[in-house]
Design a binder for this molecule. Structure first.
Ligand SMILES: *[C@@H]1O[C@H](CO)[C@@H](O)[C@H](O)[C@H]1NC(C)=O
Ligand SMILES: *[C@@H]1O[C@H](CO)[C@@H](O)[C@H](O)[C@H]1NC(C)=O
Ligand SMILES: *[C@@H]1O[C@H](CO)[C@@H](O)[C@H](O)[C@H]1NC(C)=O
Ligand SMILES: *[C@@H]1O[C@H](CO)[C@@H](O)[C@H](O)[C@H]1NC(C)=O
Ligand SMILES: *[C@@H]1O[C@H](CO)[C@@H](O)[C@H](O)[C@H]1NC(C)=O
Ligand SMILES: *[C@@H]1O[C@H](CO)[C@@H](O)[C@H](O)[C@H]1NC(C)=O
Ligand SMILES: *[C@@H]1O[C@H](CO)[C@@H](O)[C@H](O)[C@H]1NC(C)=O
Ligand SMILES: *[C@@H]1O[C@H](CO)[C@@H](O)[C@H](O)[C@H]1NC(C)=O
Ligand SMILES: *[C@@H]1O[C@H](CO)[C@@H](O)[C@H](O)[C@H]1NC(C)=O
Ligand SMILES: *[C@@H]1O[C@H](CO)[C@@H](O)[C@H](O)[C@H]1NC(C)=O
Ligand SMILES: *[C@@H]1O[C@H](CO)[C@@H](O)[C@H](O)[C@H]1NC(C)=O
Ligand SMILES: *[C@@H]1O[C@H](CO)[C@@H](O)[C@H](O)[C@H]1NC(C)=O
Length: 731
């Protein structure tokens, strides 16, 4: 037992006087101890939280009058901080969670944790520093960041990290703070607040990182379940008011031109949105309208988009652009953030902590849902329009405000907001896109890693601008765009920026790119039953759709540093090509076997590496042994080319003799409930039995075998099927 106590003097000092949990020190002797936490302290002040065999070293509480003068406080017990400096308390709030709360008379509060130098810390920021999955070497505030390599303003964030030492920490505050991972084995945070609550989160069983993410989600929150249109493909332009082709005269007609090209090419799509500019005034946001020169009949126009199967969103930002209605009203009421220049394109934010400013902004934004708009692209909030220490507070309020305007009109789950800058609990009010990615391979590679990082802080509903946002004259180059389309196919959301001389069906692009667009958009559409089911799991548990490999393969050391390959949900493994030429190596995480998903001939063993060389018509994608993958055409969206369209589901089954039982939780969108799909494999007889609940849609069960596909009818109300003489593709 002493070896578990790592440097602490006596057991008695650990247990008393802080034995807050129901556990006793002896529980750590069990090989698989019941999850339980014990809070204790040593002198100088430290908290050590015990969960079975883990030792968590919360080595210091940091208190000071500025963020550079905080010092470690010395105290021999919880309760009083020294010199009447405040109070600290620790409590067990569940079998996995301890809560520490500190009230001080100082302006800044934080804490420090120590682990082995070889352990890693994940979380906090979406942005992939140095293209890393973890935070080694990083010191930065909990705020947005621009001018970064690969992606500008890649800004989803949360005051939560977890470590390979086996636990997580969530600092529950919107105050500005900094996270410091500069020194190996040390994590430190300090917030601009005199009161701080933070939680120490242990796994339900040692090494189960998903259970840490779920416990964090339980304290914070999860994404809301989006409408079917949210997953895309979504087509948008940075400026529909220019780049007119084929008799187009205004922005409205420019959208119709897109609709027509999608229709004639039979490319599935479900939404479109207007980036700024679209309104009147100098810089086109803040008059709460559409510019009649470009949108002569906005209400009818949006009704038309709806009729053609597209939801429509508009750009929004908390920014008073000079001389707009928003600006003028805010100036006369004193609502603007002080000391910010109102120059063109810039402009100060409204202080939404002032209730009248919030009410005014909300009331005026309600114009958009009133004419049929079903969500916002929420920009900025971290680009100099307010003092840095207001970012997290104001973004949270703005996303709340925009959410309210939509939910009051359309109801929960019937609209789609997505933001560039979002903090912690705002994930339930808005999805995210990863900001202004560069239109080159560096931008694509950083986007893949940022998607994985977003998932590790609970932002599952995520997209990147396919092709990159920061485009030079000839960007995106055709091959890059095609590779990026494949990444977006296997992203939770597929959104693609076209227009302004960059539209796949206009020069300089060739029909080859339109083919790839069609293959990728239509595959993403066909994967909707799968993506939606996985998104429901994210909504329920906080476990993301884009999964860093170590979440699924925690026993494989290499999976902890994989920045360019990931699990897409629980069943698929994807390794996007993020460089020119089509070559890459793919490492397959241990603990599974992987069948190449397109041709379904090659099987890769876990722990092996393969070299692939693929044209732009493929991406390295794999399905694991025993997988169940629901696919199909379950939402019509813009599909007007199919007469008598009816929904249809295909459940793909990949039996393997070494996986006797598999299950998949299908999300039935009509009942809004999970329906189980199970597969039982008898290795000796070659019998495969499938059972499923109410999936709500008719279709086909397909078992992939060495002898080809074996099919059975799928009944919407639920049922079962059995197959004999199955020779697995994995054998
Ligand atoms: C800190 O202050 C809050 C609000 O007054 C109170 O609920 C909490 O119990 C205090 N915590 C401690 C450790 O004193
Ligand atoms: C710490 O102080 C510096 C300098 O005043 C400031 O730039 C930074 O944003 C501060 N960080 C926090 C967390 O307050
Ligand atoms: C970051 O934390 C380390 C201790 O781990 C400390 O030495 C260093 O000064 C901190 N850096 C900043 C900028 O506060
Ligand atoms: C801390 O927040 C206060 C407002 O609560 C602000 O006046 C101060 O400038 C902030 N400090 C830093 C370093 O940002
Ligand atoms: C709606 O679409 C139809 C067909 O393209 C077009 O003729 C009509 O002008 C559109 N209406 C509006 C208000 O844009
Ligand atoms: C805002 O005020 C400026 C100057 O006072 C005026 O020129 C402008 O028309 C006003 N904007 C609106 C939308 O009324
Ligand atoms: C737009 O704003 C900029 C900067 O404030 C100003 O220079 C320009 O004249 C304005 N344009 C119009 C059309 O008002
Ligand atoms: C924003 O408004 C709140 C509430 O009135 C106030 O406490 C805060 O200081 C304001 N922030 C700034 C930067 O003025
Ligand atoms: C990618 O594009 C950005 C922005 O244009 C540029 O700064 C960067 O150097 C480019 N990177 C590569 C690898 O070409
Ligand atoms: C599938 O097979 C075709 C034809 O042999 C080949 O060109 C293609 O590269 C294969 N795709 C994958 C993903 O292996
Ligand atoms: C499924 O097919 C059956 C038999 O053809 C039919 O009666 C039923 O209405 C269909 N259910 C759905 C949801 O399409
Ligand atoms: C089995 O179903 C799939 C998917 O619906 C279909 O593509 C295939 O042609 C069917 N095969 C047989 C042998 O019926």
């Amino acid at each position: 037992m002493a070896s578990l106590l790592k440097g602490l003097t006596t057991v008695a000092a650990l247990v008393a006087p802080f034995a807050l949990g129901h556990s006793t020190a002896c529980s750590s002797q069990q090989s698989h101890p019941a999850p339980s936490i014990l809070v204790s302290s040593t002198s100088p002040f430290a908290l050590d939280v015990y969960n079975g065999q883990q030792v968590i070293h919360n080595t210091a509480i940091l208190i000071g009058d500025s963020n550079s003068t905080t010092g470690s406080v010395s105290a021999s017990k919880t309760g009083e901080l020294p010199n009447n400096g405040g109070q600290i308390s620790a409590a067990i709030v569940s079998s996995q969670v301890a809560k520490i709360s500190i009230n001080t008379t100082s302006g800044f509060v934080g804490a420090r944790f120590s682990v082995a130098a070889s352990d890693k810390f994940y979380g906090v920021w979406e942005y992939p520093w140095e293209e890393q999955l973890d935070n080694g070497g990083v010191y930065f505030d909990l705020k947005g960041l621009g001018d970064s390599e690969g992606i500008n303003w890649d800004n989803a964030r949360a005051p939560f990290w977890f470590t390979t030492a086996g636990y997580g920490v969530y600092a529950d505050t919107l105050a500005m703070g900094s996270f410091n991972f500069s020194d190996p084995g040390v994590a430190q945070f300090i917030f601009n607040t005199s009161s701080l609550v933070y939680y120490i989160i242990t796994p339900s069983t040692p090494g189960d990182y998903k259970s840490i993410l779920s416990a964090y989600a339980g304290l914070s929150n999860t994404i809301e379940m989006p409408p079917d249109s949210a997953y895309g493909p979504t087509f948008w332009s940075d400026n529909f008011e220019e780049d007119f082709h084929d008799g187009v005269h205004n922005a409205q007609e420019n959208y119709y031109d897109v609709i027509n090209h999608l229709y004639y090419n039979e490319i599935h799509a479900s939404s479109m949105f207007a980036d700024r500019p679209y309104g009147t005034g100098n810089s086109s946001f803040g008059n709460f309208d559409f510019d009649p020169v470009y949108y002569p009949t906005p209400k009818q126009f949006i009704a038309n988009l709806t009729h053609f199967g597209f939801d429509f969103q508009v750009w929004a930002a908390n920014r008073g652009f000079l001389y707009t209605e928003l600006y003028n009203t805010s100036v006369s009421n004193g609502w603007l953030m002080p000391g910010i220049s109102p120059e063109f394109f810039l402009g100060p934010a409204l202080n939404l902590s002032i209730p009248e400013a919030y009410a005014y902004f909300k009331q005026h934004m309600a114009y958009f849902p009133s004419v049929g708009v079903k969500g916002y692209k929420i920009d900025r909030g971290e680009e100099g329009e307010m003092p840095v220490y207001e970012q997290n507070i104001q973004m949270t309020l703005f996303e709340q405000l925009l959410y309210e305007t939509m939910v009051e009109k359309w109801g929960e789950g019937n609209f789609y907001n997505f933001a560039r800058s979002a903090v912690d609990r705002s994930r339930s009010k808005t999805a995210v896109w990863n900001g202004d990615s560069h239109s080159n391979y560096s931008g694509l590679a950083h986007s893949v890693t940022s998607g994985l990082r977003a998932g590790l802080i609970g932002y599952s509903q995520w997209a990147s601008d396919t092709g990159g946002y920061i485009r030079n004259l000839n960007d995106p180059e055709q091959e890059l765009w095609a590779r990026w389309m494949w990444f977006s196919t296997f992203s939770p959301v597929y959104e693609i920026m076209i227009g302004t001389n960059h539209t796949p069906w206009y020069p300089p692009y060739t029909s080859e790119l339109v083919e790839v667009l069609k293959e990728t958009a239509n595959l993403h559409h066909d994967l909707l039953p799968y993506i939606k089911s996985m998104t429901y799991q994210a909504h329920k548990t906080g476990i993301p759709v884009l999964r860093a490999a170590f979440l699924e393969a925690p026993n494989d050391d290499i999976s902890y540093t994989m920045t360019d390959a990931y699990y897409f949900g629980s069943e698929l493994f994807v390794a996007p090509i993020v460089n020119a030429g089509g070559h890459r190596t793919v490492y397959f995480p241990q603990g599974n076997r992987y069948l190449e998903y397109f041709n379904k001939t090659t099987v890769h063993q876990g722990g092996s590496t393969a070299h692939v060389n693929l044209s732009t018509h493929y991406v390295p994608a794999y399905v694991h042994a025993g997988a169940i993958v629901p696919r199909g055409d379950i939402t019509q969206a813009n599909n007007k080319w199919t007469s008598d369209w009816t929904p249809e589901l295909t459940i793909e089954l990949y039996p393997s003799s070494d996986v006797p039982y598999s299950s998949f939780a299908y999300y039935n969108g009509q009942t809004k409930a999970e329906a189980p799909i199970t597969m039982t494999v008898d290795a000796l007889s070659g019998d495969v039995a499938v059972e499923y609940g109410s999936l709500g849609t008719n279709g086909t069960l397909v078992v992939f075998t060495k002898g080809g596909m074996k099919n059975a009818t799928l009944h919407a109300a639920g049922g079962s099927a059995s197959f004999t003489d199955v020779i697995s593709l994995f054998d």
